[in-house]
Ligand binder design. Structure first.
Ligand code: MSP
Length: 482
């Protein structure tokens, strides 16, 4: 495996909403893009099960915890199948092999002298699975989860994160694209420069709380902190040898969990004597009509319903084109429909229909043969391929798609200027059509990672037999929506 990309592993107490789908789609596009460049790809996603949230959600559902996690893991996996996500691996943190890797990492960190027992006293937000400061609260509640954090006083193991401040800063200096986009990297660096506190890395196991989860080696009264467990999934997927040989190239995450990935995780790996991942790419948050999506508000947008209405590819297109990567973005039905009608129905869909309607008329005449491409179109297609490549390398998906759509506009102009339907001369008409179908081929190739089914439909409409084109106008790719 040459290129290894991951998504976060999602908590099983919720079902996928459009925000989760967004991060997964980003990873999917990158995975497909790398594969289209001839690389071998490992692309992993999965579920984070060893959390207190799981215990609470199973109890609330009145289900046995195992049965609950099995059912929810299936829900997540099935969602990714429906959305045509091309992950090669799906990890569950209840798997025995993952537990083994987590224990080994714990032992390595302990052997490095980076774990010590201390008393933790403070506030714990179950929603975040993280400790909070008094100053984080609004009216005594976690501002995100609107719940009062638990007051916790107990013996925990602590990870000496404070010992890694200098090493992290040195590492950041040497890897100036470690966190993408750049403004997020500046936030991470500023956070680390302020100085780091040690982190509680375990919880007491007691009735109804943390009896689930992975026991600390040689101390079964403690369970490994769910984040210290979850992050290790990235190693469990390829196994130790796999990771040592080739750690993840990209961890695609949301901005909410960037510190875990860009600060704690590298420090854990340094402590365990393992190589660090290549990049952490953090997307912004999607709101629903300007409102944050949350379980309590029940306003999470279901990606499966959206895909059933508009098609998988249209959802992918919307998310990647509408939201500049790294920024927050908003979903609304109006925005979705505007993009759909303007860019897909009237844009790409219309060009494909125009060109292939004209090309189909030539079937049986054998006139469209492989020839020499119009040099201006050829240059434009090559320049776009370069531009798309550069923008993909820096996670600028929206701009990559914008470049691709300039090629669509070029095709439209070409059809209008040439007025193909008025060309009486067979050879001249065929030459113009050859230019256009070649342009569609170029568009389909570059489009494939973003909109795989659409690219396949375009390709399938153009069959070359002995260098003669047989074109079939495909069914309307994107019927207009009112
Ligand atoms: N289980 C942890 C991750 C462990 S990874 C070692 C977790 N899970 S989660 O289910 O809460 O998923 C969080 C991720 O979902 C975010 O980092 C982000 O990728 C995605 N999103 C959740 N809500 C989102 C939005 N509203 N908008 C965009 N992405 C969002 O945290």
């Amino acid at each position: 495996m040459e290129f290894y990309i991951t998504t976060p592993i999602y908590y099983v107490n919720d079902k996928p909403h459009i925000g989760h789908a967004y991060t997964t789609i980003v990873a999917d596009v990158l995975a497909r893009w790398r594969a289209s460049q001839g690389e071998q790809v490992r692309f992993s996603t999965g579920v984070d099960e060893n959390s207190q949230k799981t215990v609470d959600a199973a109890a609330k559902a009145g289900e046995d915890i195992r049965a609950y996690t099995d059912r929810m893991a299936d829900t997540w996996e099935a969602a990714w199948r429906t959305l045509a996500i091309a992950n090669t691996d799906f990890i569950r943190t209840t798997e025995a092999h993952h537990h083994e890797v987590v224990r080994t990492i714990w032992e390595r960190i302990e052997a490095a002298g980076d774990l010590y027992k201390g008393t933790y006293e403070g506030l714990y937000c179950k929603g975040h699975e993280a400790f909070m400061k008094e100053s984080d609260l609004v009216d005594g509640l976690c501002p995100e989860h609107k719940t009062a954090p638990e007051v916790v006083r107990e013996e925990n193991y602590f990870f000496k994160l404070s010992a890694y401040q200098e090493k992290l800063l040195e590492f950041y200096d040497a890897h100036d694209d470690f966190v993408m986009p750049a403004h997020r990297f500046r936030e991470v660096r500023a956070f680390v420069e302020q100085g780091l506190d040690d982190v509680s890395f375990s919880r007491e196991r007691k009735e109804g709380r943390a009896e689930w989860g992975i026991p600390v080696p040689n101390d079964p009264h403690q369970a490994i902190y769910v984040w210290a467990d979850a992050l290790v999934n990235y190693i469990s997927v390829p196994g130790f040898e796999g990771w040592e040989h080739h750690p993840a190239d990209v961890h695609a995450v949301g901005k909410d969990i960037l510190r875990f990935h860009a600060v704690i995780w590298p420090a854990m790996l340094m402590s365990a004597g393992l190589p660090l991942p290549g990049q952490i790419a953090a997307n912004g948050f999607i709101t629903n009509n300007g409102v944050k999506m949350s379980k309590s508000l029940g306003n999470g947008i279901d990606p499966l319903a959206l895909a059933a209405q508009y098609g998988n590819d249209a959802v992918r297109y919307f998310l990647l084109r509408e939201i500049p990567y790294g920024e927050d973005g908003d979903y609304s039905e109006t925005k979705m429909k505007d993009r759909y009608n303007a860019d897909l129905a009237n844009g790409l869909g219309n060009l494909v229909a125009r060109v292939l309607t004209l090309a189909e008329k030539e079937n049986g005449k054998g006139t469209i043969v492989r020839g020499t491409l119009d040099p201006a179109l050829d240059r434009a297609a090559m320049a776009t391929a370069r531009t798309v490549g550069e923008r993909m390398a820096s996670f600028r998906f929206s701009e990559a798609l914008a470049a691709l759509w300039e090629l669509v506009a070029l095709g439209d102009r070409y059809v209008n200027e040439k007025k193909i339907w008025e060309i009486a001369d067979d050879a001249a008409r065929a030459a113009a059509l050859f230019d256009l179908v070649s342009l569609l081929e170029a568009i389909a190739t570059l489009l494939a990672p973003f909109m795989p089914a659409t690219a396949r439909a375009i390709d399938a409409a153009m069959l070359w037999k002995d260098d003669v084109l047989h074109a079939t106008k495909p069914a309307v790719l994107f019927p207009r929506i009112s």
